[in-house]
Design a binder for this molecule. Structure first.
Ligand code: MN
Length: 234
């Protein structure tokens, strides 16, 4: 490259890099995969009737977020959601998480949820998908223990992810492993890995039953967020 061109290139390089970075992050947010992955979420819900967020792709966070929602639907369960490629990858964990390394909890994949779902605490009305009360049992960020360059999305595809969670209840290393059991809906195991935070013999869902966001219990959320019954005003 002639010297004059080289100088010009050096002068404009920061602008080019900035543009290139913006283009690549925008295309990640609007990835075709992400769009398709929220279709099931949208199909199952009537957004004129449920207070749940609509299915929009989210911004990428500098550190990926996680949320565990306690959901008093037909059966009480916990929904584990982990950010990956602009959506929340989701699993229903019937018995909830444990800080005891000996307790391995069944986790069944459910449809991807939009990023905004991480802030949802409320009541899904009777007769709608997932009807019942939802509270934010724990939330925060996580890191892939396989390193910054490892792809969490790839790890999930391979059925083997290990993460370091920074929540207000859950802290430290956890594993999420796909087993060979289950047909259409493969069964995963979610469990605490040994570290300085593991708590043998503990049952954290019993010790801390309430919302980590508002401190409310399931019945308090139900009372305060219940859809208004128009019959009351007649
Ligand atoms: Mn649920």
């Amino acid at each position: 490259m002639p010297a004059r061109l080289a100088r010009r290139w050096l002068k404009h390089k920061p602008i080019f890099s900035f543009l290139l970075n913006s283009i690549s992050s925008v295309s990640c947010i609007h990835s075709v995969n992400g769009k398709e992955s929220l279709e099931e979420y949208k199909e199952k819900r009537d957004f004129s009737a449920t207070p749940e967020p609509t299915g929009k792709l989210g911004e990428r966070n500098s550190e990926p977020i996680f949320v565990i929602q306690k959901h008093d639907a037909r059966n009480l369960h916990y929904d584990l959601r982990l950010e990956s490629e602009g959506v929340l990858k989701s699993w229903a964990v019937p018995k909830g998480p444990s800080m005891d390394t000996k307790v391995k909890r069944l986790a069944v994949p459910t449809e991807d949820h939009p990023m905004a779902y991480a802030d949802f605490e409320g009541v899904i009305p009777e007769g709608h998908y997932g009807a019942g009360t939802v509270l934010i049992w724990d939330s925060g960020t996580f890191q892939n223990t396989k390193g910054k360059d490892a792809s969490f999305a790839e790890n999930l595809k391979e059925g083997h992810a290990t993460i370091r969670i920074s929540g207000s209840k859950l802290v430290g290393k956890f594993a999420l492993i796909r087993t060979k059991r289950g047909g259409k809906r493969p069964q995963w195991l979610f469990f605490k890995m040994k570290d300085e935070y593991s708590m043998p013999g503990s049952d954290i869902t019993v010790e801390y039953p309430n919302s980590s966001k508002t401190g409310r219990s399931l019945s308090e959320v139900t009372e305060q967020e219940a859809p208004v019954d128009l019959g009351d005003f007649e």
